[in-house]
Structures are given as structure tokens and as C-alpha cells.
Design a protein around this ligand. Structure first.
Ligand SMILES: Nc1ncnc2c1ncn2[C@@H]1O[C@H](COP(=O)(O)OP(=O)(O)O)[C@@H](O)[C@H]1O
Ligand SMILES: [Mg+2]
Length: 301
């Protein structure tokens, strides 16, 4: 049988398609001191037998011993198949699954995430779904532009986010994206943030801290993958409340919440389900790997 959870040294299994992420090294370094074992799983080595009476999970063609906890770090790359693996884990009694499949899907879909944030009264930049065909200048006006931000529904590391400075440029971007059968969001450009955003890490209903990311000169995207510089940012009540509430309404136990500071306060721009933390550990000095593992250990029943 492959459905019994491991109860001796609990294993925390991470699902990730990345080859050798920083987080892997860090989790492997911290786990022994916390009495945990970690394993790293690539979605492409799984075989799932879907069966009402005896579902089976194989990894590299062998029965897969169920871990005590399963952490999906696939983020916006979550494929149909990675979801199926997560659901198989979610339906196995005794396996703690963090974050849930539903929460990951909500975070991944920027439109859905914005709708959920709006319902909860969390401030974010005004956003419209760019309907095709439609009067672009009307949609741009609705969000106070130009300029406006154009975003693919699911993108990450700043890929899929563009600045549309004037109507010609916006129309050209829309036509290009539509030709590829993709959908775009048109969003109010928060000019006051001047290429800087704030990343807050939320773990189990607690904020671990915040860092400021400052885009390279002349750029508007403050992603570390786009060469942004990072530094510690002091947490305050408003930041904490907004970040905790954003993670909560999207349903994420572990979340990276991105915010920008506008003229009238902070606004949430994104909630990430698999936040990287290399820059965050360096900027804040927090031991994020240990904090995340301690929370996962708490969730193991
Ligand atoms: N509405 C906005 N106003 C100003 N800058 C923005 C806005 N939305 C995004 N940005 C900038 O673009 C970056 C990437 O946007 P984000 O929505 O976080 O997408 P990704 O998932 O690719 O990180 C942000 O970190 C921020 O610096
Ligand atoms: Mg982001």
C-alpha cells in the first residue's frame, strides 16, 4: 500500500519543476534541525492511477510513499498534471497539503485573484479585462490612463507585464497578444511607486517581514528576475493587515504578497503561491526556510 503517511521522521515533499532552486538548498539545510526530512519531486516523473477503490501514485515507476506534508511550489507554472498530483495528495488522509490546489489556482489567475480581493475590500489598482474587439480608448480611460499597465492573466517574474504609454502603443500590444490568443488585463499605472514595489512574506497567518524591490534605472518592473535591487522595508500595521487579509481571502497559507505605494496608500498588485526567498533572506536576514518548515511541521497532524 502506498497510502500510509510516514509517521517516523516526517517527510515534507516539495513539488517543483525547477532544476536546482535556491529554496531546495535552504530547505535541505534547515530540515534536519527541525526533525524533518525533505524530498524534491518533479511533476514529470509521476504516474497517477485514478481508481475509486485503490488509487495509486507512482514516482519514477515505483510506489510513492505518501509524505506527511506536500508543498506545491509550482506557482504560475502549475500545469494540469501538477494539479492532478496535488489533488491526489489532497484526497489522501493524513497528508497536509500546503497550499491547496484551489488557492494556487486563484493566485495564478490574476483576474480571479483581483475579483476575490475586490470582494474583500482590499485596495488594488483599477483593472479591466481587455475585451476583444472593443473601444480601447474607453477601457484605457476607465483606469485613468494612458499610461496603463498591460498584464497577461498568468505571468510571473515580470514576464507578461507591459507599460502602454499611449493609445497607439496600447493598441499594438493588444493586437499582438490577441493574435496569440491570449487575454490581457488593462490596469491603472501607479505612477507614485516609481518602479518600486514591496514584497511581504506571509506564513501561516504571520508576516515574516517586508522587502523593497527597486527596478533598474528606466524600468518599471521591480522583479528580482528583472534585475531589481532589494532592501529591507519596515513592516507597519497597514501593510500587515493588507498582506494577511490578501493571503487569507485567496486561501494561501504560504504567500508572497506584492504591493505598491500609491498616493492614497498601499495597493496589492499580486499574491504569489510559491514565493522565492533568496532576495528576501538576504535583504531581511530572516530564516525563511526554517520559518516555512516550522509552519509545515505544525500542520502535520
Ligand atoms: N499597476 C501597476 N502600477 C505600477 N507598477 C506596476 C503595476 N503592476 C505591476 N507593476 C510593476 O510590475 C511588476 C510585475 O507585476 P506583477 O503584477 O507583480 O507581475 P509578475 O507576476 O510578473 O511579478 C511589479 O513588481 C511592479 O514593479
Ligand atoms: Mg510580482
Amino acid at each position: 500500500m502506498d497510502t500510509r503517511p510516514d509517521t517516523r521522521t516526517p517527510t515534507v515533499a516539495f513539488l517543483s519543476g525547477e532544476a536546482r532552486p535556491y529554496s531546495r538548498k535552504r530547505f535541505e539545510a534547515e530540515a534536519p534541525d527541525l526533525g524533518l526530512r525533505v524530498s524534491w519531486l518533479d511533476p514529470q516523473h509521476f504516474d497517477l492511477l485514478i481508481d475509486a477503490e485503490a488509487p495509486r501514485t507512482l514516482y519514477r515507476a515505483r510506489p510513492f510513499p505518501m509524505p506527511a506534508a506536500f508543498v506545491a511550489r509550482t506557482g504560475s507554472d502549475t500545469t494540469h498534471f501538477a494539479r492532478a498530483i496535488a489533488r491526489q495528495m489532497q484526497s489522501t488522509p493524513g497528508v497536509a497539503v500546503i497550499n491547496s490546489d484551489e488557492a494556487i489556482m486563484c493566485a495564478r489567475d490574476k483576474l480571479l485573484a483581483h475579483q476575490v480581493l475586490a470582494e474583500a475590500g482590499i485596495p488594488f489598482p483599477r483593472t479591466v479585462l481587455a475585451r476583444q474587439p472593443s473601444d480601447v480608448s474607453k477601457m484605457v480611460k476607465l483606469v485613468g490612463g494612458p499610461p496603463v499597465i498591460l498584464k497577461l492573466l498568468s505571468g510571473t517574474h515580470g514576464k507578461g507585464v507591459m507599460l502602454g504609454r499611449d493609445l497607439d502603443e496600447i493598441q499594438a500590444s493588444l493586437d499582438t497578444v490577441w493574435a496569440l490568443n491570449q487575454t490581457l488585463l488593462i490596469q491603472e499605472y501607479v505612477r507614485e511607486c516609481a518602479g518600486a514595489d514591496i514584497r511581504v512574506l506571509v506564513v501561516g497567518g504571520r508576516c515574516l517581514g517586508a522587502m523593497l524591490r527597486t527596478a533598474k534605472l528606466g524600468q518599471f518592473r521591480a522583479n528580482v528576475h528583472q534585475g531589481a535591487a532589494v532592501s529591507v522595508y519596515p513592516l507597519n500595521d497597514e501593510l500587515e493587515w493588507l498582506s494577511l487579509r490578501a493571503a487569507e481571502v485567496v486561501g494561501l497559507e504560504i504567500a508572497g504578497v506584492d504591493l505598491v505605494q500609491g498616493a492614497d496608500g498601499y495597493r496589492v498588485i499580486e499574491v504569489n503561491s510559491a514565493p522565492g526567498f533568496e532576495g528576501f533572506e538576504k535583504a531581511t536576514g530572516r530564516n525563511v526556510a526554517a520559518e516555512m518548515l516550522r509552519y509545515v511541521r505544525f500542520r502535520i497532524s
